[in-house]
Design a protein around this ligand. Sequence first.
Ligand SMILES: O=C(O)c1ccc[n+]([C@@H]2O[C@H](COP(=O)([O-])O)[C@@H](O)[C@H]2O)c1
Ligand SMILES: Cc1cc2nc[nH]c2cc1C
Length: 349
Amino acid sequence: MDKLRQTIEAIRPLDEAAMKETERRLGRLTKPPGSLGRLESLAVQLAGIAGATVDRPPRKAVVVMAADHGVCEEGVSAFPQEVTGQMVLNFLAGGAAINVLARQAGAEVVCVDIGVKSEVAHESLLVRKVRAGTANLARGAAMTRDEAARAVEVGIGLAEELAARGIGLLATGEMGIGNTTPSAAMLAVFGELDPAEAVGRGTGLDDEGLRRKYETVKRAIETNRPNRDDVLDVIAKVGGLEIAGLAGLILGAAARGVPVVIDGFISTVAAIAAVRFAPIAREYLIPSHLSEERGHRLALRELGLEPMLNLEMRLGEGTGAALAFPVIDAACNVLSQMATFDSAGISEG
Ligand SMILES: O=C(O)c1ccc[n+]([C@@H]2O[C@H](COP(=O)([O-])O)[C@@H](O)[C@H]2O)c1
Ligand SMILES: Cc1cc2nc[nH]c2cc1C
């Protein structure tokens, strides 16, 4: 708990002077003012986070947190629970979508077992298991408050390790059969929404499954009565271990001055939790894509974030975030590689 409190206190607002300097540099480049749109606001945000203009692409990593969910016994996913552990091995073998997209973007994939039910053994797997999957949140708390805090602290610790290794840009990724159910419950609680607005088809539920999932989320909230003003209470009662871990990753990154690209529905709910812990953490977030999952638009709205891409994806793993990496690299490269009006002898308007 001390680590969590210290991390929250260490998060600083963005550096105004560095942002102004980057705005000035952008204004001298050979283009009409503001014409590079979101690339310009990204360059300014990166400068505010780093405390200086960032004109070289940062070293990048996607952190894929994997965990299982006791709520799967309610029949809320189109896939069986054992797929979580099986996909972890696929990540480690390099064969998953996130491996392809990260490789293409020059990013490494860091795979973490924060709560997979089965024992997964692989030399490259970071085993930080807080418990072997959550309990069924439709019948009681998903985990204890202490476990929720420990899962958040696993994420903080990882961000610290990666920042110390020179990673300058992180992306959130996750794998957990059933995890759109706790994500929907958390979103409904934090956003005071009707669960129907937060519950979607996940990996591909049919209409009957969707109805069952809605009833499950409603029951989870009625049974547990989470206190929306107490983030750890919400995570412990209706959350998940990888969601908690990602919230911690975001807090740890913000405390170390590292920006974080947010993937789809589950990642965005983790970001909401992080921002409830520490409102300034929002300034360190970079949205990526709009997931097809129902509820993602509302989750992004909760954070006031506008996605860059809409590719009708709903995979998770960090795939949407990895696709935003080249856009972020572009924001850095224009600063160092474009000519200025002066250097190119072009008349200003
Ligand atoms: O990121 C998203 O927006 C997203 C939307 C739907 C599903 N997923 C992925 O699918 C799994 C959760 O779906 P489900 O149906 O089992 O709850 C989990 O492994 C997520 O990574 C991810
Ligand atoms: C195969 C598979 C891959 C995934 N990656 C993230 N969630 C997933 C769910 C399934 C079912």
